[in-house]
Design a protein around this ligand. Structure first.
Ligand SMILES: Cc1ncc(COP(=O)(O)O)c(C=O)c1O
Length: 393
């Protein structure tokens, strides 16, 4: 019998033999600069030595002890998170993926309010499990999966007036990404975040910030919602939080924690010792290497180098959006072909929506990498332009 992969993502046409830091090598030994990084999960770079060491040490102790038992690895992880989580989010539960963390946040909001409506936003992405999908906007992802467990109302992103109009006492939660990733790298405006929080407080609606992609220093602050100065009731984090190891977490207030029962949730693998060790190591790296500041500085450098492309290749690129090391280059066409050509030229990116080229580089990229990325984009735009039908005069 032949077993093959049930594919949902198109194959990239690259056989990876090795990955280290900001690079991957194919089976022929050719090196690529990786700005895809496992959908942004390897924000610390592939195989960050601190994370690898923590995992190896943990493997030599125990691998399958749940957080129902007291362990040093759990205590160390909670201590580390205490140094980076917003101070009012004092209670943490560990899970395995971003979707699971969102699922749990929505589930709790439903039980604690007794309400079933959720406000989410156009172009928002929160994952593929049923509750997370219910808050995910893209109609293509939703098609054929209704009815959803939540009645989700979508509002235009960054439109405080629409939130004012739509939110009511029938809502359990409002959920948003402080920077929309899949939606095309769109930051939430600070005043929008504040308006959402204010309205939600008036109505007893829980505020959930989904920091699965934007969190852990990537945008120049540890948590992107800090830029709004808001205090969410629940925060979801995954991807970078364990240095590329599969893990996620939800952090909630004491108010939320005091109202949940021990039968309300659970997970076999959530908080497994390897994940906890990886989160601890990743958090130490974040603090010691001042990752948010590095993301801010290197993101600005990338933006400086990419900006001239908009002018020089105006027929290919429409817009550049950058917040820390979350970068979206909006194209005038769909991105599939361009991404393939870019990869052939040595730079790996991926798409956000239909027309945005997304780059989620690791914090350790150098000035040389940035110049290589800009030069590779330029070269690829040149080739791409030649393939496009010329404009009618
Ligand atoms: C903002 C956001 N939320 C949730 C998810 C879902 O995470 P996962 O794919 O780990 O389930 C993603 C994944 O890209 C995301 O970007």
């Amino acid at each position: 019998m032949t077993v093959s992969l049930l594919r949902f993502a198109a194959p990239r046409g690259l056989r990876v033999a090795r990955a280290e830091g900001q690079y991957v090598w194919d089976s022929g030994g050719r090196r690529y600069l990786d700005f895809y990084m496992g959908y942004g999960a390897a924000f610390l770079g592939h195989r960050h030595p601190r994370v690898v060491k923590a995992l190896e040490e943990q493997l030599s102790r125990y691998m399958t002890i749940t957080p129902a038992f007291d362990t040093d690895v759990l205590d160390e992880c909670l201590d580390a998170l205490g140094k980076i989580l917003p101070p009012h989010l004092t209670r943490v539960f560990f899970l395995n993926s971003g979707s699971e963390a969102v699922e749990m946040a929505l589930k709790l909001s439903r039980k604690l309010t007794g309400r079933r409506k959720v406000l989410a936003f156009n172009n928002g992405f929160h994952g593929r499990t049923m509750a997370a999908l219910s808050a995910t906007w893209n109609p293509k992802y939703r098609e054929g999966f209704d009815p959803f467990p939540f009645e989700v109302v979508f509002a235009p992103f960054n439109d405080a007036g629409a939130v004012e109009e739509k939110l009511s006492e029938e809502f359990a939660a409002v959920i948003f990404e402080p920077v929309q990733g899949e939606g095309g790298i769109i930051p939430a405006k600070p005043e929008f975040m504040r308006a959402v929080e204010k309205k939600a407080r008036e109505l007893g609606v829980y505020v959930i910030v989904d920091e699965v992609q934007s969190g852990f220093g990537r945008t120049g602050v540890v948590w992107a919602h800090e830029r709004g100065g808001i205090k969410p009731d629940m925060l979801t984090a995954a991807k970078a939080v364990a240095g590329g190891f599969p893990a996620s977490l939800i952090a909630v207030t004491e108010e939320v924690a005091s109202r949940v029962k021990d039968t309300d949730h659970g997970s076999t693998y959530g908080g497994n010792p390897l994940a906890l060790a990886a989160i601890t190591a990743a958090t130490h790296v974040l603090l010691e290497e001042n990752i948010p500041e590095q993301a801010e500085v290197k993101g600005a450098m990338l933006s400086e180098e990419f900006k001239p492309l908009l002018q020089d290749y105006g027929r290919v690129f429409r817009d550049l959006r950058q917040t820390g090391l979350m970068i979206g280059l909006e194209m005038r066409t769909t991105t599939t072909q361009f991404i393939k050509m870019l990869q052939k030229n040595g730079l790996i990116g991926f798409k956000a929506g239909l027309t945005v080229l997304r780059f989620l580089p690791p914090y350790l990229i150098t000035r040389e990498d940035i110049l290589f990325a800009a030069e590779t984009l330029r070269k690829t735009a040149e080739e791409f332009q030649r393939l496009q039908p010329s404009e009618k005069s």
